[in-house]
Each structure stands twice: as structure tokens, then as C-alpha cells.
Write a protein that binds this ligand. Structure first.
Ligand SMILES: Cc1ncc(COP(=O)(O)O)c(C=O)c1O
Length: 390
């Protein structure tokens, strides 16, 4: 478990590193890629062994029999999240981006509204718009370093066209972990407004010591008749390129609708992805995740201490995820100015806050799932880029 080995990912078909120059103008030669949410260290040995074993066999024919895959998911959800899932509830998509798009496709029609709570994972809004649906933004309220729900305001923003609500828990980009009471309130909001509730829980494993993640299904069991939970090992184990994620649906009617959609589109799981997740969701995988969290905890402390020393810049304290959400509003600079300094002077590609919707205008998001030396380098570059503020 070496999270500190520097591996050069340039030229490896990594979107994070190989698209940094075309998308951000940050030079490939000496830029730092801190945008898209994957990690710069290898996955757990148990996952690598599963791939080696598959390569040894050398036969990559059609996949069938999901028994051990489902058993592994059931074991993981019970062990790590105290959540009892039935094998029947699990449907598999090509990653959670695909799962989100499938939910929009299955439970809304063109022109319908879909509720999101920005600032939130930019792809929610992108996928809603790409599908010809409308985004209904119900912004989170900011209180100092924390975000909170404002469901009174949210209710006023509904237009009557909404059919679906996409919720992010833990929250990307702020790393916020929602309490059972908050989750209950979101479920009640969905019930009150007759919305299908999609709870995207992809970041649920990367939770810092002392924090407690609660699955929506546990917080609001009586909302199961409208709940779809999305989970994947993609972030936790750095296997996002294998495009494997799950829709966990207890309600038979919702499940039948999604199954029909998967069948109509002939979407079948990727066999290698399934093998990797099966190997990941194990005792060895769990030990690797614990070690990774300890590494990320050191990284976030180093990053926050360094960045918060720059006058007017504030990295919000994370409860979960490796995604630091940094507010530049105290510098008095407009987005284009601080963004240009980060790209052109610090030569860092970070995710632009405005893409996360209302509330993201003064932010950049930095991915800390990288060796510690790269975080230290990023801090030095950022301090130098804003040295005139010292
Ligand atoms: C909240 C959230 N949902 C979904 C995804 C996409 O997941 P996948 O790689 O499985 O498509 C991401 C990736 O960053 C994410 O942060």
C-alpha cells in the first residue's frame, strides 16, 4: 500500500492528465492535474490480482452468473455501512454517470424538471440538459464553512414540472455528510412533491475518522417506494475506467421499469469490471480503503493548512471525499482572475466552481487523491501564485 509513489500518468490515456492541456491550457510537461475525480495511485492488490487472474485465463467471453458479485456487494454494504441489501435489488450500469442518465431517461420525459441542490456534481445538470430536461436548482445555504438544506426555499422554486430529484450523499463538491434527520427531510420533500428520489452515494466509503455516513435507505426506509440508490467501487478503488456501477432498488415497480430500460438498450455489465468489484469488496479491500483514508487525511491537512495561509482563500473542512472545495471570494478577485492565476501561474488544472451551479461561482475544486509530494508541490505553487496577497 504505497500511496506516495510518484507515477507518471501522462501518455496513459488518463483523461485527468492527458486532457489537462487541451481542456485547461495547463502544460502537460510541468502541470499538475487536480481536476477529475480519480486517484494517482494504484488500486488494491486484491483488485490487481483479479485482473491478473483474468488475463492468465485469457478468455474474455460473455459474462453470466452474478452470484459472487452480488454476494460481495451485500457483504460490503453490511460490513461498511450497516445496510442490508437483497441480491434482487441490484442492477448494474456502465458506471454511475450512465446510471444517472438512465434514471433521467426512465423516470422523466423531455421538458420535465429535475431537482438538484447546488453547488453539486456538475454532471447532474449536464446530463439533465443533454437529455432535453430542465434543471430546477434548489441551492444549498452556506453557513460559514458548512452547507445546509433550505427546503422552504426549495419548495418555492418548484415549477410543477418536476418528476425526479437527484441527491448527492456524501456531497460532491463540499464533502458534506448529511445527518439522518437531513436525509429524512429530503425524503419527505420527495414524497410531498411526488418525486422519484435518486440518492447518489458513490463517495460513501471515503469518510474521515469521527464522521458517520448514513445510507438514504436506512434514514428514510418508508421512502423506499420511490428510492433509487447509486453505488460504485469506482472512486473508492480507483477503477472508474472500468465503467461499472449499481442501481440498488428495493421497490419492485421502480426496479421493473429500470430493468426494462436496461433490456431495451441492451446494457450488460462489463465482465472485467464485475470481477474487479467482486475482488475489491473483501476484507483485503477494506484494509486497503482504511489505509487510503489515513493517507487522504494527511493530504487534506497539508493542503488546508497551506492554502488557508493565503489571505482570502478558504479550503472548506472535509468530512468525506478527496475533493477539496476552495473558496477564493475573500481575495476580492473575479472568477476569471483567480482561475487564470491557478492555471497559468501555478500550472494546476482544478475543476471550475461555476460548473457546479449556483453557489460555486467563487470556488475551485482540487483533487487530493495523489502522492503527498504532489499536494506539497500544489500548495507551494498556489502560495507563490498569490504571493502578492501575503
Ligand atoms: C457524485 C458523483 N456521481 C457520479 C460520478 C461518476 O461516477 P462513474 O465514474 O461511476 O460514472 C462521480 C464522479 O466524479 C461523482 O462524483
Amino acid at each position: 500500500m504505497n500511496f506516495d509513489e510518484i507515477i507518471d500518468r501522462r501518455g496513459s490515456h488518463s483523461s485527468k492528465w492527458d486532457l489537462m492541456e487541451p481542456l485547461f491550457g495547463v502544460p502537460a510537461a510541468d502541470g499538475l492535474a487536480m481536476w477529475t475525480a480519480d486517484s494517482d495511485y494504484p488500486t488494491a492488490d486484491c483488485v490487481r490480482d483479479a485482473v491478473r487472474q483474468a488475463a492468465e485465463t485469457g478468455i474474455f467471453g460473455y459474462f453470466g452468473n452474478y452470484g459472487d458479485y452480488h454476494d460481495a456487494i451485500i457483504w460490503w454494504m453490511r460490513q461498511r455501512h450497516g445496510w442490508q441489501v437483497d441480491a434482487d435489488w441490484i442492477l448494474t450500469a456502465h458506471g454511475l454517470g450512465n446510471a444517472i442518465a438512465l434514471c433521467i431517461d426512465t423516470w422523466t420525459a423531455p421538458g420535465d424538471g429535475v431537482v438538484i441542490f447546488p453547488p453539486v456534481y456538475h454532471e447532474f445538470a449536464t446530463k439533465i440538459r443533454n437529455a432535453g430536461r430542465k434543471v430546477t436548482e434548489c441551492p444549498l445555504a452556506r453557513e460559514g464553512d458548512r452547507y445546509r438544506l433550505d427546503l422552504v426555499d426549495a419548495q418555492k422554486r418548484l415549477t410543477g414540472t418536476e418528476r425526479l430529484l437527484i441527491w448527492c450523499s456524501p456531497q460532491n463538491p463540499s464533502g458534506r455528510i448529511w445527518t439522518a434527520e437531513e436525509l429524512r427531510a429530503v425524503a419527505d420533500f420527495a414524497i410531498r412533491n411526488d418525486l422519484v428520489l435518486v440518492s447518489d452515494e458513490v463517495h460513501h466509503d471515503l469518510v474521515y475518522a469521527g464522521e458517520k455516513f448514513v445510507p438514504m435507505d436506512l434514514a428514510a426506509t418508508d421512502a423506499r417506494h420511490r428510492l433509487v440508490t447509486l453505488t460504485a467501487a469506482s472512486k473508492t478503488f480507483n477503477i472508474a475506467g472500468q465503467r461499472t456501477g449499481n442501481l440498488i432498488i428495493a421497490d419492485a415497480g421502480l426496479r421493473a421499469a429500470m430493468k426494462a430500460r436496461l433490456k431495451a438498450l441492451d446494457l450488460n455489465p462489463n465482465g472485467l469490471g464485475v470481477a474487479m468489484v467482486t475482488a475489491a469488496y473483501s476484507a483485503a479491500g477494506a484494509a486497503w480503503v482504511d489505509a487510503q483514508i489515513a493517507h487522504l487525511d494527511r493530504n487534506r491537512r497539508l493542503f488546508d493548512d497551506g492554502v488557508n495561509a493565503i489571505p482570502g482563500v478558504r479550503s472548506l473542512p472535509l468530512q468525506s471525499t478527496y475533493l477539496a472545495w476552495v473558496d477564493f471570494s475573500g481575495t476580492g478577485m473575479a472568477f476569471d482572475e483567480f482561475d487564470a492565476r491557478v492555471r497559468q501561474v501555478a500550472k494546476i488544472a482544478a475543476s471550475p466552481g461555476p460548473g457546479f451551479g449556483t453557489g460555486g461561482e467563487s470556488f475551485l475544486r482540487f483533487n487530493l487523491a495523489t502522492p503527498r509530494a504532489r499536494v506539497a508541490e500544489a500548495v507551494e505553487r498556489l502560495q507563490a501564485a498569490f504571493a502578492d496577497l501575503q
